[in-house]
Design a protein around this ligand. Structure first.
Ligand code: KG4
Ligand code: ZN
Length: 336
């Protein structure tokens, strides 16, 4: 089976083909970073208009790179949510319409399930049961995966997501967008023990997260600092990164102990962070990540997630539907 995957939930237009025989073929990601950079964050209307411009040319390019024709596609998977509703509608409409014209099935994929399944695309494929830490720009979740397709939400962010905290803190420090890679770059020259920043909820039994207080602590710190030298900026970035990664580490440790799982998978944009990866090495369980380029949004994870659901007999009516909010626990557990 050859599945075309389409990702348009936020500011990346991602396209890829996933073949049962050949695996991942021709993954292409076009990032709108430059378009949104001057606004310091994603502007939803600009994002959806750019997906309209880029998606069809990128599908053509992927087919060209794969030396395949559109007639060889057996099914189309697109991100149906959660995400920016206008952007989701672009991928959903093009995906469903193309599938209808080719008379092939199409499937709306859950974006966070796709992030989770991306870790199965690495050479060592972890086997459930495991705990998944999903850390993206819009979500921070700990999910217990009893089997693929059967998810129990253990905890999630009550306010800002981890990636969002990186983005907002970068903005406060006058760094570029997206903030995660920028903070990470600047933090390399910084002293992470110079400022003690809060690690919210880490002294509580809950597996929920709260990152908005951390961002406020950085704002107060900046307000108190009379001269913002490059070194101070680096020290704040490093101290912030330490607070986030230690918080994530402590909650993962709690989740592993609580569920008695011996494997953790970490996925989503923040999973690309090298300090987080170093910190999670302290855990006494196996830790798996997707290949580095599949941590942030991409079409490959959508093609793969769609492939797995279609292979297990999952079918959907032709109706186009998308959801800006969508609970991962509500997915039908048809996957094994
Ligand atoms: O998963 P993703 O590409 O998009 C969403 O589904 O939201 O995640 C994007 C988020 C952004 O907030 C970005 O700042 C963060 O991931 N990010 C990072 C790094 N690379 C991307 N955060 C920390 N360190 C990184 N290296
Ligand atoms: Zn994402």
């Amino acid at each position: 089976m050859l599945v075309l995957g389409i990702e348009t939930s936020c500011d990346e237009t991602g396209v890829a083909l996933y073949s049962s025989e050949r695996g991942l073929v021709a993954p292409i990601v076009y990032s709108q970073t430059e378009l949104h950079a001057k606004y310091g964050g994603v502007v939803p209307e600009l994002a959806s208009r750019d997906h309209v411009r880029k998606l069809i040319p990128l599908i053509r390019q992927a087919l060209f790179e794969a030396s395949m024709t559109v007639k060889e596609i057996d099914a189309i998977a697109y991100t149906a949510g959660p995400g920016l509703i206008g952007s989701l509608m672009v991928g959903a409409t093009i995906g469903r319409t193309l599938a209808w014209s080719l008379q092939i099935p199409s499937i709306g994929v859950h974006h966070m399930e796709a992030h989770l399944l991306a870790s199965l695309l690495s050479s060592e494929r972890p086997k459930p049961p495991f705990v998944a830490l999903l850390v993206s720009g819009g979500h921070t979740q700990l999910v217990y995966v009893e089997q693929i397709g059967k998810y129990k939400l253990l905890g999630q962010s009550l306010d800002d997501a981890a990636g969002e905290a990186f983005d907002k803190t970068a903005k406060l420090l006058g760094l570029g967008y997206p903030g995660g890679p920028e903070i990470s770059r600047v933090a390399q020259q910084g002293n992470s023990s110079r400022f003690k920043l809060p690690q919210p909820l880490t002294d509580k039994p809950t597996l929920n997260f709260s990152f908005s207080g951390l961002k406020t602590a950085v704002r107060n710190l900046i307000a108190k600092t009379s001269s913002m030298t490059e070194q101070t900026k680096a020290d704040i970035a490093a101290s912030f990164e330490l607070a986030v990664t230690e918080t994530l580490h402590k909650k993962c440790k709690q989740a592993i102990e609580q569920t008695r799982a011996n494997t953790l998978i970490v996925s989503g944009g923040v999973a690309a962070n090298s300090t987080l990866r170093e910190t999670l090495q302290k855990l006494s369980c196996e830790v798996h990540y997707p290949p580095q380029e599949l941590c942030t949004d991409n079409g490959a994870m959508i093609a793969f997630a769609g492939h797995e659901r279609l292979q297990s007999g999952f079918i959907e009516p032709l109706k186009i539907s998308t959801s800006a909010r969508w609970e991962i626990e509500s997915l039908p557990s048809t996957l094994t």
